[in-house]
Design a protein around this ligand. Structure first.
Ligand code: XMP
Length: 515
């Protein structure tokens, strides 16, 4: 394991992901984690992240004794470098001005960490180092930052003022590779197979002989979590998929096709669409829709769970970024814009214990595991879909007829995007492709003309966004002729729709979904 200590940088998770890309397992702990927790990971190297503080702040996060005593190689990035400097008797001073953005460093000394030459790097720091600790050498410099990198090569302690983990440092992955594989001599054994072995072993040791229940939503995470649990406990796992009638076209079939071969009749599909539609009758307020759906889901789920007899554990698809976020050092709590809930967000009073097989996996790893477990790639690579489903894309009142209209329009859009290669299909690269794309049915009607007849029908909006993390997004620059073809098909093939518009709002200020 490479242990990453989080000093509050927005890039901490990125460090962990890069190292895992090198097939080495890494875990993030907060900078003040208890020693026992750090020791338990048996780190072969430690990386100290950047962070927003100044080492001279009164409550500045500091380096705990264990880290210097562990006897393993150490790499401090930005704040991490300054913290090392401070603790080893060097000096950090506030910089005259913040350096932020692209920069170049000149590598001055041949060393095991940084390749020689003049390198483009990404800088983001306020303070800088004025005097390096005894025993250290300057490895790289630039005019505004004479100590861009330092190292004590014999003791295997390094510090870099720039960020090797971001893509804007083209040699960054190479620097991390040298640190992890050469300096720490970590073994590159983190592969989909070893991820599966680890997860299966953890599930087995957690649940013993108990019975497990999983709620499958059709999304990537719950599907992979369920498949892992099935691998771990075999027929002691039951799974349920609640069809709330707010699914995309063919969705239920996808899910059945994936899980029936895996689980036979221990996988159950419950058609509760009538129930949900009744609850949503006359509701057009977005938050009320979410509330009705969440509550109905719980009732349907409870009913089913009771019918199965005693179940101790519930499988949940929590992934690593959620775990890291919730234990991260103080961060501003984001304002609640929408009540996101996962269908699968479950009854609190049922006394289930939770099994979270994806707790240590990043999203791209979840997908790799899913593929290695043999789940269909449509399922593994699918775009995110909100728990409340089409309800938040069918603006205004929800009726079976309007849902069908939306479903058909959405299927046409997806079909054309897929055929033309405009849907993003991998975690990296393809940055101009749509990471999420769907149709929205608007609660307005407009006038049109069709075959000399006046029409007065509904409007479909198309939404397609490029994004890495779904926190911010931009509208996808889809080719005009593609949009034209989709509009044409929707108006011709979907009855009740006579107009199509394309949403060109970024997030912020818009959100990805319309409700
Ligand atoms: P917004 O609309 O807030 O969405 O920009 C960001 C991402 O979250 C998805 N989303 C949801 N996912 N339950 C979910 O599980 C929800 O209630 C929900 N609402 C939005 C949305 O599809 C996008 O990927």
């Amino acid at each position: 394991t490479i242990l990453i200590l989080d000093f509050g940088s927005q890039y901490t998770q990125l460090i962990a992901r890069r190292i895992r890309e090198l097939h080495v397992y890494s875990e993030i702990l907060p900078w003040d984690a208890p020693t026992t927790k750090m020791e338990a990971l048996h780190p072969v190297g430690i990386i100290l992240s950047g962070g927003p503080s100044s080492v001279y702040d009164e409550e500045a996060p500091s380096i705990q004794p264990y880290i210097m005593q562990a006897g393993v190689p150490l790499l401090g990035i930005c704040y991490g470098m300054q913290a090392i400097t401070r603790i080893l008797g060097g000096q950090v001073i506030p910089a005259g001005e913040r350096e932020f953005g692209p920069s170049q460093i000149h590598v001055k000394k041949e060393n095991p960490l940084i390749p020689p030459g003049i390198l483009d790097v990404w800088m983001s720091h306020g303070d800088r180092i004025d005097k390096i600790p005894a025993g250290f050498e300057i490895l790289a410099e630039n005019p505004s930052c004479p100590f861009a990198a330092m190292g004590n090569i014999a003791q295997r302690i390094y510090g870099v003022q720039f960020h090797p983990e971001v893509r804007h440092t083209p040699q960054g992955l190479e620097i991390l590779r040298r640190f992890v594989l050469e300096i720490c001599e970590a073994e590159a054994t983190w592969t989909p197979e070893s991820m599966i072995d680890l997860a299966v072993e953890r599930i087995r040791s957690q649940v013993g002989d108990s019975r497990l229940l999983s709620a499958v939503s059709g999304g990537v995470d719950s599907s992979v979590a369920t498949a892992l649990a099935a691998r771990a406990v075999g027929d002691r796992l039951s799974a349920v998929f609640v069809d709330h009638g707010l699914l995309r076209k063919n969705e239920r079939r996808y899910v059945e096709k994936a899980f029936t071969p895996l689980m036979g009749d221990r996988f159950v599909c419950i058609d509760a669409s009538e129930w949900f539609l009744q609850g949503l009758e006359g509701v057009s307020d977005p938050e009320t829709k979410r509330k009705v759906i969440g509550e109905t889901f719980i009732r349907v789920f409870e009913n089913h769970a009771r019918s199965l007899g005693k179940i101790d554990f519930l499988v949940q698809g929590t992934i690593y970024p959620d775990v890291v976020e919730s234990s991260a050092p103080e961060r501003n709590k984001a304002a609640r814009i929408k009540t996101h809930h996962n269908v699968g967000g479950l009854p609190e009073d049922m006394n289930f214990k939770l099994v979270e097989p994806l707790r240590y996996f990043f999203k791209d790893e979840v997908r790799m595991v899913g593929e290695a477990l043999g789940l269909p790639s449509e399922l593994v690579w699918r775009q995110p879909f909100p728990g409340p489903g089409l309800a938040v894309r069918c603006l205004g009142e929800i009726t079976a007829e309007r849902l069908e209209r939306l479903r058909n329009a959405d299927a046409i859009f997806t079909e054309e995007l897929t055929a033309s290669g405009w849907l993003k299909r991998s975690a990296t690269g393809e940055d101009d492709r749509a990471a999420q794309a769907f149709a929205v049915l608007l609660p307005v009607r407009s006038v049109g003309v069709m075959g000399d007849q006046r029409t007065y029908q509904e409007v479909v909006a198309l939404r397609a966004v490029t994004t890495e993390d779904f926190m911010t997004a931009d509208w996808a620059r889809l080719p005009a002729d593609l949009l034209g073809r989709v509009a044409n098909r929707i108006v011709n093939e979907v009855s009740g729709v006579n107009r199509v518009v394309y949403d060109v709002t970024s997030k912020p200020p818009g959100t990805i979904e319309w409700e």
